[in-house]
Design a protein around this ligand. Structure first.
Ligand SMILES: Nc1nc2c(ncn2[C@@H]2O[C@H](COP(=O)(O)OP(=O)(O)OP(=O)(O)O)[C@@H](O)[C@H]2O)c(=O)[nH]1
Ligand SMILES: [Mg+2]
Length: 198
């Protein structure tokens, strides 16, 4: 549930980027940072060098415009797969408002994608979430690869009923990274709208 600060007129929402190791989660955050202006960035905590697997997590706070009279701020986290399988930092999984699943379009990663999404959903359920109530975006990353898995096949595995908005991306070029977080922000704002009207 997003945190509202009435004094500073800010709403803070927490977003987690999930996905198998090497799918491009850190690259998404790096390229969001590269594509946003200094006013939009509200700070940066260490991001792992590209190509190196994230040891713990990445964190990027970002301002995403207005929601009613409030500044809408999102806190983007990435959680690497090894963390999911070992000592899950449950603190990161507290108060999640939205999820991005970064799928790896490499042919050899097809099974890992499916397994990872299953694991993520199980973890969130263990933490007390109803995963159907959380806004999600599925990002099909690495669409630049000549031998990329067809989107139709990825969809069949990861988003068969197309319940979640989905986007194609080439994260290391910055293609689709802002569109992904914007698609998620749209859903989160819609949810907030419903909650504040009730
Ligand atoms: N060809 C291609 N490579 C990409 C793309 N996005 C990311 N990569 C590369 O994939 C590799 C892994 O990316 P990371 O962002 O470190 O992956 P990650 O999901 O953070 O991985 P972990 O931290 O291990 O969970 C890096 O070498 C990136 O440059 C893409 O769209 N196309
Ligand atoms: Mg990483």
């Amino acid at each position: 549930m997003a945190f509202t600060n009435f004094e500073t007129k800010e709403i803070h929402a927490k977003v987690i980027y999930f996905g198998p190791s090497g799918s491009g989660k850190t690259t998404n955050l790096k390229n969001i940072l590269a594509k946003t202006s200094i006013e939009i960035q509200s700070g940066l905590l260490e991001l792992q060098d590209e190509g190196l697997s994230t040891q713990f997590f990445d964190f990027l706070p970002l301002s995403l415009g207005q929601f009613r009279d409030f500044h809408f701020k999102v806190h983007l986290f990435t959680l690497p797969l090894n963390e999911l399988y070992q000592t899950v930092p449950t603190v990161i999984l507290k108060g999640v408002d939205g999820c991005v699943f970064v799928a790896d379009s490499r042919v050899e990663a097809l099974a890992e994608n499916t397994e990872c999404l299953k694991k993520v959903k199980a973890l969130l359920t263990e933490e007390g979430y109803n995963t159907a109530d959380i806004p999600w975006v599925i990002q099909y990353n690495k669409r630049d690869l000549a031998e990329a898995t067809p989107v139709a096949l990825l969809r069949q595995q990861l988003n068969p009923a197309q319940r979640f908005p989905e986007l194609e991306a080439i994260a290391h070029k910055g293609d689709g990274v802002l569109e992904t977080i914007e698609a998620l922000a749209k859903q989160m704002k819609r949810l907030l709208d419903g909650q504040t009207r009730n």
